[in-house]
Design a protein around this ligand. Structure first.
Ligand SMILES: NC(=O)c1ccc[n+]([C@@H]2O[C@H](COP(=O)([O-])OP(=O)(O)OC[C@H]3O[C@@H](n4cnc5c(N)ncnc54)[C@H](OP(=O)(O)O)[C@@H]3O)[C@@H](O)[C@H]2O)c1
Length: 366
């Protein structure tokens, strides 16, 4: 097969999102026969599957073959070398949350390997890494897309890029960026009824699988801060890192260092009165409390934490674990452009990855 009619795909990470991506890739490959999409490398942190001559790994059996494989993954510099020597153009799909893989993006990109990923780490780490990534892509012509790094498959990054690229002036971005925080506050301080005790809602969220294994990893606000860092940078603010602006943690000081998530949940009821006071203070003003992130572009103020909203505000009316992101711009005036919907889940996150893949294919396979 001529190399122009084939695009090779290397996949690092085959967990929740990775498996959904593989299933979407199978559908895509059958719908769009040209260029032929062939997997040439797939790995988890412990196993890998590849052929020295780059012959394709069948998409439909990749997960099972990977599980049965006795090959171990290449070290990252060797993956770069292997992919750079491939006979066709290559797209790397990083479905991990690994900082090490993210740190290697400039090496992949500078060797002409395009990247699509839901991994936030590369774009919300140091500003130096951000600059190196986009400089490497500009130099080599390789592409890098990361729609699912904010709001999963929701068109958040593409919308912001379109606003900026077409010359609109983005003045403010505000929203609920975490499915976990959305679920917690929609049930702790709902528009209808009085809601539950804070600690009971956190426990319920964990039981339903909405939180990380240790809920403190959601309650510290860092995940939201990472997403804000990405959007602020795309809006033109050179934010140094996700810890370079105010981020309110909902972990009581006394529970920051308890040894396990279980112990944290056990002791959390001791601090329910603090959250009850916050809920009551909002209620007394006819408002509800929500955990939001905001970027004020003019004043360069980025912050993450609790805010009160009128009951008629779209952020107050959010349901379930949905995300909502409002873009205030010169063109849209006082009624923001709003993107809303599921901001987590394997299928919707993989959709963002697959649609990024399509964009890259259309740009590199001319
Ligand atoms: N799930 C969602 O709803 C969602 C939403 C938005 C964004 N995301 C992002 O999507 C990415 C994947 O999420 P997920 O839920 O699929 O995670 P996951 O289920 O934990 O899967 C992660 C996969 O990456 C592999 N991996 C981790 N470090 C690796 C390394 N250094 N080298 C090779 N493979 C490595 C893991 O292999 P092992 O099993 O061997 O460790 C596993 O196969 C993350 O960046 C996450 O933040 C997820």
């Amino acid at each position: 097969m001529s190399s122009a009619n084939q695009v090779l795909i290397a996949i690092i990470g085959a967990g929740g999102v990775g498996k959904c991506f593989l299933s979407q890739l199978q559908t895509l490959a059958s719908r769009r026969p040209t260029p032929k999409l062939s997997i040439c490398y797939i790995s988890t942190s412990k196993k890998a599957l590849f052929n020295n001559d780059y012959s394709p790994i069948p998409t439909e059996t990749a997960v099972d073959e990977l599980a049965a494989s006795t090959k171990v993954p290449f070290a990252l510099p060797n993956i770069v070398d292997y992919l750079a020597a491939a006979p066709s153009k290559v797209i790397l799909v990083d479905n991990t949350s690994s900082q090490d893989v993210a740190d290697a993006y400039p090496s992949f990109l500078s060797r002409g390997i395009s990247i699509v990923t839901p991994n936030k780490k590369a774009f919300s780490g140091s500003y130096k890494l951000w600059q190196e990534i986009f400089a490497a892509a500009a130099d080599s012509g390789a592409k890098v897309y990361h729609e699912s790094s904010v709001g999963a498959g929701l068109p958040v990054i593409s919308t912001l890029k379109d606003l900026v690229d077409t010359g609109d002036e983005v003045t403010k971005i505000e929203g609920v960026f975490s499915g976990t925080m959305s679920f917690l506050f929609n049930s702790f301080a709902p528009l209808e009824g009085s809601g539950g005790q804070w600690s009971a809602e956190v426990k319920k969220a964990k039981e339903l699988g909405y939180t990380e294994p240790d809920p403190r990893d959601d309650l510290n606000g860092l995940d939201v801060a990472r997403k804000l860092t990405i959007l602020a940078r795309l809006a033109g603010l050179p934010v140094e890192s996700p810890t370079s602006f105010p981020v309110q943690s909902l972990i009581p000081k006394e529970l920051e260092s308890v040894s396990s998530g279980d112990e944290f949940l056990q002791r959390l009821p001791e601090f329910d009165s603090q959250m009850e006071e916050t809920k009551a203070a909002a209620g007394n003003q006819g408002k509800v409390v929500r955990f939001v992130g905001s970027i004020d572009v003019a004043t360069k103020a980025v912050k993450v934490g609790l805010e009160m909203f009128d009951r008629s505000h779209p952020i107050a009316a959010l349901k379930g674990s949905d995300n909502i992101i409002s873009f205030y711009t010169k063109r849209y005036g006082s009624n923001p452009l709003i993107v809303q919907g599921a901001g987590a889940g394997g299928d919707v996150t993989a959709m963002g990855v697959t649609s990024d893949l399509l964009k890259v294919i259309s740009q590199i396979s001319k």
